[in-house]
Design a protein around this ligand. Structure first.
Ligand code: AMP
Ligand code: MG
Length: 304
């Protein structure tokens, strides 16, 4: 009798949970927080704090903001970085080492060229490309975890953390939602997701993996307490001379990848999923799955 009463109470408590949804533009895309709970004011406050944390990452690591900590790094001597930046750099250089530079956080000079190419629809002259390539290379950036310092060894070096920052930010935002009593939360960083406990009454979150036709999710997966991130030439590319150059830079050529591939990574954290989806595109359809599974993914879906 007592058990039935307790179950009835639980069911009533569950029924009262509502869905709350908040959105904000951040990092050149739309971020969204969806959560379930009974207290709208608390949900709004928690989401506000989460967005604030996202803006903090952007202020530190954006390569679009001239005043960010990243943009103020200067080559040739070790620079002591803030704790937040240190956390992101540590994750970035770990993934650079593991993927042997398929994910390379030092490609700033090349991604800058790619953005110009997208505007002008002209590939860079070979001399310009060679100069930018010479200023890249994760092995010429010395991240010292103990000292919390970064040394960029070569002149003109410039970080670009665009391939990991969204996942890292989603992790931070989710941690805040959970801390504030909203473990049933989903953080969307553009199309990349960090998921917590499932919505009330559900076994999991249902997620459609992105495909080359964004209107048509190819496969729906049921997930909880993990992240899913997709990379590839699905949306961002430039076409020149009948060739499609993706925004993923091939460190071997310095240009955007020209092979049609999209990689979705499911992993315990957004940071891991985001770094590995990009690395997966670089190593290519045949090796993406093995690489991902070796370095922290729980599942890798490759489309070509
Ligand atoms: P994502 O959508 O997660 O694959 O991130 C793509 C972004 O990461 C690009 O727009 C560049 O800013 C940056 N990027 C491109 N190629 C690489 C690479 N090989 N390694 C690390 N970052 C990259
Ligand atoms: Mg990525």
């Amino acid at each position: 009798m007592r058990l039935i009463a307790a179950l009835a109470f639980l069911a009533a408590a569950q029924a009262e949970e509502q869905r709350f949804h908040y959105e904000r533009p951040l990092m050149g895309t739309l971020f969204a927080v969806t959560c379930y709970g009974t207290d709208e004011a608390a949900a709004k406050a928690a989401a506000g704090e989460a967005f604030q944390a996202g803006m903090e990452v952007n202020a530190v690591a954006s390569d679009y903001l001239p005043d960010s900590e990243l943009m103020k790094l200067r080559p040739s001597k070790p620079v002591k970085v803030s704790p937040l930046f240190a956390e992101l750099l540590d994750a970035s250089f770990t993934k650079a080492r593991e993927t042997e530079g398929a994910f390379d956080p030092t490609l700033g000079p090349l991604t800058k060229l790619w953005r110009e190419t997208r505007k002008t629809k002209q590939l860079p002259p070979s001399g310009v490309l060679a100069k930018a390539r010479a200023a890249c290379g994760w092995q010429d950036a010395v991240w010292n975890r103990e000292a919390g310092t970064l040394l960029l060894k070569k002149p003109g070096m410039q970080l670009d953390l665009g391939a990991i920052a969204k996942g890292f930010t989603a992790d931070r935002m989710f941690a805040i939602m959970k801390q504030r009593g909203f473990p049933r939360s989903c953080i969307a960083a553009g199309g990349d997701l960090r998921l917590g406990d499932p919505p009330p009454g559900k076994q999991a979150w249902r997620v459609g993996l992105q495909t080359f036709d964004p209107e048509q999710p190819e496969e729906v997966v049921e997930l909880e307490n993990c992240a899913v991130s997709t990379s590839g030439d699905l949306h961002q590319f430039v076409e020149i001379g009948g060739k499609r150059y993706s925004h993923i830079i091939d460190p071997r050529t310095g240009l955007g990848m020209t092979t049609k591939v999209a990689v979705s990574v499911i992993a315990p954290s957004g940071t891991i999923a985001d770094a590995l989806d990009t690395a997966g595109c670089v190593v290519g359809a045949d090796q993406a799955e093995a690489l991902g599974l070796k370095f922290g993914a729980t599942r890798v879906v490759v489309r070509k």
